[in-house]
Design a protein around this ligand. Structure first.
Ligand SMILES: NC(=[NH2+])NCCC[C@H](N)C(=O)O
Length: 313
């Protein structure tokens, strides 16, 4: 029952987060991948403004199908696996929070990678020099089917290594930051600022996790955008890093960071607050709110639940 609740909470929290954050993600990807010789956008705001002006608001939501289906399911896996891992680890310590989060991040990469490949291609199609090289994908699923037909299993898993390298520590830091902040902020059911604290802790967790893994995300986006029209610009991760640094210097690892952080706060504030409140009210457990993190219902631990309950979100 606990896993089901964690899974359902992750679904709801994930869908809420995607709706809030997808426009920021579209801007991030376009800034990360745009040509350095003939850049389409001068920066975050100009990119937002250009997309709305040239493609209307719908331009900001291009490729949302993939993350709406994918991220909702991915968040369900993340919160289900993290909650389960915490119950198995037995004690709620910062290290266990990191380990449980990292395990969830690694597992969900299996779905995250193809999902982000489709999202990235949809967000970039029909832009600049890409116009001539590719037949437009109808939607995210059509994108994955066509990549699979042309490049096979390896093709739809393009960027898997960088996804794993980003997501494993990324989700460890994600849950560790939320745990540390919700404990230090302290919150009680009758705390009038409890929801604000949950939103703040969730938003800061998203920011901490993205800042810590952002350079890997830039390389992942470039590798997943590569190969359109059959032409591969990079021969793998090392070559992508080498070419990017040689042509653009270390600042290449900051392209799109502003938009990423502008997205990370509201998306993860929404996700974590939704998940925590959903679990808290569904479990209706008085002791569950003592540190802003709902405790699972009676764990299998031999000690009393109040002494060593593993926390799970
Ligand atoms: N760097 C990471 N992968 N951090 C995990 C945050 C994931 C979160 N669902 C988001 O999209 O923001």
């Amino acid at each position: 029952m606990d896993f089901t609740l964690d899974f359902a909470a992750g679904c709801i929290g994930g869908a809420a987060g995607v709706l809030v954050g997808h426009p920021f993600d579209t801007v991030k990807v376009r800034l990360q991948v745009q040509s350095v010789d003939r850049p389409l956008y001068r920066g975050t705001y100009h990119c937002f403004q250009s997309i709305v002006r040239q493609e209307s608001m719908t331009g900001l939501y291009k490729g949302i199908g993939s993350p709406m289906m994918g991220l909702t399911f991915i968040n369900a896996i993340v919160f289900g696996v993290q909650g389960n891992a915490m119950r198995r680890l037995g004690h709620d310590t910062p290290l266990n929070q990191f380990l449980a989060g990292a395990s969830a991040g690694a597992l969900q990469s299996v779905i995250c990678c193809p999902m982000e490949l489709a999202k990235t291609r949809m967000q970039l199609q029909g832009l600049g020099e890409r116009k001539s090289k590719q037949k437009l994908y109808k939607n995210s699923l059509d994108c994955l089917v066509r990549i699979y037909r042309k490049e096979g299993f390896r093709g739809i898993n393009r960027g898997m290594v960088t996804t794993l390298v980003r997501e494993t520590p990324g989700f460890g830091i994600y849950f560790l930051t939320y745990d540390v902040l919700t404990r230090s902020l302290g919150c009680e059911p009758d705390d009038p600022y409890m929801i604000l604290k949950l939103l703040f802790a969730g938003g800061m967790s998203g920011i901490a996790s993205w800042i810590s893994t952002y350079p890997v995300d830039v390389i992942k986006s470039r590798l997943q955008a590569d190969g359109v029209g059959g032409h591969n610009k990079y021969n793998g991760i090392a070559d992508c890093v080498r070419q990017s640094l040689k042509r653009e210097g270390w600042r290449v690892f900051t392209h799109g960071l502003t938009s990423t952080l502008l997205r990370a706060f509201p998306v993860n504030a929404t996700t974590f607050a939704t998940v925590t409140l959903f679990l808290m009210y569904m479990r209706d457990d008085e002791g569950a709110v003592k540190d802003c993190e709902p405790q699972p219902a009676h764990s299998s631990l031999t000690v009393s639940p109040q002494q060593a309950q593993p926390s799970s979100l």
